[in-house]
Write a protein that binds this ligand. Structure first.
Ligand code: ATP
Length: 249
């Protein structure tokens, strides 16, 4: 990202963001509510067009060009906080939805054998192959989150985005899922950007933390170096924030 400026409803939300996300790294985006974290993610996956500046994918090109944008979208996957699963569908069909953009939305054809094998492989990666035919409604919170991750992996993405991907499960399970997630990411060589509110999670899961404040980058350094002073610098930007930062020991 080079000098990225993004507006929402005509109002600038992000200003002059310049960031390089090295391939294979996990970056945590942190900052007070309303500072623009989701906006930055939406710009990275091409849902929002910047008002100024550029986003460039290595080996693909600038996202303001139609062909690189299409290719970048194909190589990007997102994990959602609420999993966004369809309850009445089996786990494997939910995973196949990750491939929905690879065929016509009104296609009456069943998924091909190769696509189903690919989805089964993604479920296997998250340890849920034996639950492939269970309806999403019958799965536990942790299993649902694993299906959500499998639905992202089935795309075989280069870039994986997550907006609070572990927020809907209890803290102990979130920690376990995060450790599994780290292993998966390393195994698949993914570049990852996660919005995380839990700073303890950001420090343990990410290689690097980027703090946003006032629509700008106010912290960008290795995760281990994010200390109490940095935390208050990032979260002090907006004194009226509703965010309650976790303590950093
Ligand atoms: N669809 C939208 N239309 C117009 N303005 C929006 C829209 N979505 C967000 N905004 C505004 O853009 C700013 C940044 O919002 P964004 O959702 O990116 O913040 P955030 O840091 O992700 O917040 P949170 O931590 O609460 O999710 C806010 O002022 C918000 O009101």
């Amino acid at each position: 990202m080079d000098n990225l400026t993004v507006h929402r409803s005509g109002r600038p939300v992000l200003h002059d963001i310049s960031l390089h996300l090295p391939a294979g790294s996990i970056t945590a985006l942190v900052g007070p509510s309303g500072v623009g974290k989701t906006t930055l993610m939406s710009t990275l996956n091409g849902l929002l067009s910047p008002h100024g500046g550029t986003v460039v994918f290595d080996g693909i090109g600038r996202l303001d060009q139609p062909r690189p944008l299409r290719e970048a979208r194909r190589r990007t996957a997102t994990v959602f906080q609420d999993h966004a699963l369809i309850d009445r569908l089996p786990a494997i069909d939910n995973v196949l939805l990750g491939l929905a953009d690879t065929r016509h939305p009104l296609s009456p054809l069943p998924w091909s054998g190769a696509q189903r094998r690919r989805a089964a492989q993604a479920l296997d990666e998250v340890g849920l192959l034996d639950r492939a035919t269970a309806r999403a409604a019958q799965l536990s919170g942790g299993e649902r989150q694993r299906v959500g991750i499998a639905r992202a992996l089935v795309r075989r993405p280069a870039l994986l985005l997550g907006d609070e991907p572990f927020a809907s499960v209890d803290p102990a399970l979130a920690e376990r899922l995060a450790a599994e997630f780290r292993t998966l990411v390393a195994r698949n060589g993914l570049t990852v950007v996660l919005v995380l509110h839990q700073l303890s999670m950001a420090r343990s899961l990410a290689d690097r933390i980027v703090g946003l404040g006032g629509g700008r980058v106010v912290f960008d350094a290795p995760a281990q170096s994010f200390g109490a002073a940095d935390e208050s610098a990032v979260f002090r930007t907006f004194p009226d924030t509703k965010e309650i930062p976790c303590s950093v020991n």
